[in-house]
Design a protein around this ligand. Structure first.
Ligand SMILES: NC(=O)c1ccc[n+]([C@@H]2O[C@H](COP(=O)([O-])OP(=O)(O)OC[C@H]3O[C@@H](n4cnc5c(N)ncnc54)[C@H](O)[C@@H]3O)[C@@H](O)[C@H]2O)c1
Ligand SMILES: O=c1ccn([C@@H]2O[C@H](COP(=O)(O)OP(=O)(O)O[C@H]3O[C@H](CO)[C@@H](O)[C@H](O)[C@H]3O)[C@@H](O)[C@H]2O)c(=O)[nH]1
Length: 443
């Protein structure tokens, strides 16, 4: 099949690369010239495990192209996928500017019958608007079907998820469009849910809202565990073994970040509000998450009294491991709060430093060496559970820091392990380990 993709970010690029890998002829179109110049050289503009290899392979085999020219991308396509960003407006609703621009450009350049598929996360009713918009502009002799096909991949495992997802959701108005999409995805062997367009759009928001709810729920339980002397790791395991609850997505910490949960939860609250339904549960989920993201600095203030003049090592900048994405990352909240408290910050991340620098500028220092961040630090904040952070021997904190005080937002170390070192260790939903004389101790 000849497929064009509008928007070559995390979703568009990964989808394009994976569809070319299963034999389709894919042209990715983006309005960002610099991004496409980089891609034409075979260099991915984002970090995603396994992406570069598949990108180069399929470009070399002549199945994957990149262009900023909409005519080249859209005029001959059998299917066009919209994968542009849907960021949040100031009121939390989804900003559909890029989707509308993409739909308009598609309508102006199509020359043959085509199925337009929306992969971007869009509020219920958007695909109908896309259809109306395209119908208004397209050539009269061209027939267009519109389908909703929301994306469920996770950053950091996007290629794996595309080939091994739990389900593929296809929302259409008629069987013909559904059949084309089923044929596209059949080789992946992933269960397909066929439904109407509005339900498909809702499935995406409801999925993200439910996952975010699980995280805020376990974080609230963690906050109570701290007060009653229970251990959240054991509690999460104990409840998660009940198959109705499940073990996944019960990792307590400093809340969810990323380009999806924060904006999609707010967009669903807005969507509900538009039909006079106050989504109180989801409002609480968002409130808990905001609180959670600022929890570590609150804990540090409680421990030290004042953070003024202290040197902080911030370990991990990306919103989760294995990605360079820092959108809505808890690390950004922590960095800004530490600066407000008068501390200086040196941040470590193996790959997200350039993206973080774009947002935080020179307000903090950066390093790609974890040891450099820890040298002479008064306190270390673990914001992302990268492998190199999780497996850093505790002795290193002792050797490099002034006096090792760790605020662990991802519960990377077991309490038993920490107890054998003269380290003050304050994590989430677990007992605090305080070295009263840590100031005078040599590890
Ligand atoms: N990132 C994820 O993990 C993920 C997962 C599932 C769904 N989604 C959803 O998918 C959509 C895309 O997310 P993303 O993270 O890939 O976005 P992104 O910001 O990484 O990429 C969006 C791309 O679209 C391009 N673009 C903007 N307007 C365009 C236009 N008119 N024509 C062509 N290109 C245009 C931008 O230049 C950019 O390269 C969003 O709706 C998001 O909510 C994202
Ligand atoms: O038990 C958990 C699981 C996750 N998180 C945090 O939640 C955020 C999101 O994590 P994850 O869901 O793994 O990453 P995303 O790439 O944001 O993927 C989510 O958002 C995508 C965009 O909509 C969807 O496609 C995916 O299905 C959905 O998992 C991160 O900050 C994690 O640290 C926790 O705090 N505890």
């Amino acid at each position: 099949m000849k497929i064009a993709i509008a928007g070559t970010g995390y979703v568009g690029l990964v989808t394009g690369v994976c569809l070319s890998e299963i034999g389709h002829d894919v042209t990715c179109m983006d309005t960002n010239q610099q991004r496409m110049d980089t891609l034409q050289k075979g260099i991915p503009p984002i970090y995603e495990p396994g992406l570069e290899e598949l990108l180069r392979k399929n470009m070399a085999q002549g199945r994957l192209y990149f262009t900023v020219d909409p005519k080249q991308a859209y005029s001959n396509a059998d299917m066009i996928m919209i994968a542009v960003g849907t960021p949040e407006n100031e009121d939390g609703s989804a900003d559909l500017t890029y989707v509308e621009q993409a739909a308009e450009t598609i309508a102006r350049h199509i020359q043959k019958d085509v199925v337009v598929v929306t992969k971007s996360t869009v509020p219920v009713g958007t695909n109908e608007k896309i259809k109306q918009m395209i119908e208004r502009i397209k050539p009269a002799n061209v027939h267009v079907e519109v389908a909703s096909n929301p994306e469920f991949l996770r950053e950091g495992s996007a290629i794996y998820d595309t080939f091994h997802g739990d389900r593929i959701v296809i929302g259409t108005e008629n069987d013909k469009a559904a059949e084309v999409l089923e044929e596209l995805y059949r080789p992946l062997g992933i269960p397909i849910v066929k439904t109407d367009i509005r339900s498909a759009e809702m499935i995406k928001y409801a999925s993200n809202a439910f996952l975010a709810t699980k995280i805020s729920f376990i974080n609230e339980i963690a906050n109570i565990c701290e007060k009653v002397g229970a251990n959240i790791d054991d509690v999460a395991y104990g409840i998660g073994l009940d198959e109705r609850i499940g073990l996944r997505f019960l990792q307590a910490g400093i809340g969810y970040g990323g380009s999806c949960f924060p904006k999609d939860t707010k967009a669903l609250v807005q969507l509900a509000g538009n039909v006079q339904h106050q989504f109180e549960l989801l409002e609480a989920v968002i409130k808990v998450n905001n609180y959670q993201q600022s929890l570590l600095v609150q804990k540090a203030k409680k421990f030290f009294g004042s953070l003024y003049g202290k040197r902080a090592a911030l370990l991990g900048l990306s919103f989760k491991p294995n990605t360079d994405d820092v959108r809505e990352a808890a690390s950004l909240v922590i960095a800004r709060q530490l600066l407000q408290e008068g501390a200086s910050v040196i941040a470590y991340d193996p790959i997200a430093v350039p993206n973080a620098r774009r947002l935080l500028g020179s307000m903090i220092d950066y390093t790609e060496q974890i040891e450099t961040a820890l040298v002479r630090a008064d306190m270390a904040f673990i914001a992302t559970e990268w492998d190199m952070i999780k497996t850093l021997p505790l002795q290193q904190y002792c050797d490099l820091m002034n006096n090792p005080v760790i605020f662990d937002g991802r519960n990377c170390y077991s309490l038993n392990e920490v107890q054998s070192y003269p380290i003050t260790y304050i994590s989430i939903g677990r007992k605090e380990i305080i070295q009263k004389e840590s100031v005078d101790l040599n590890c």
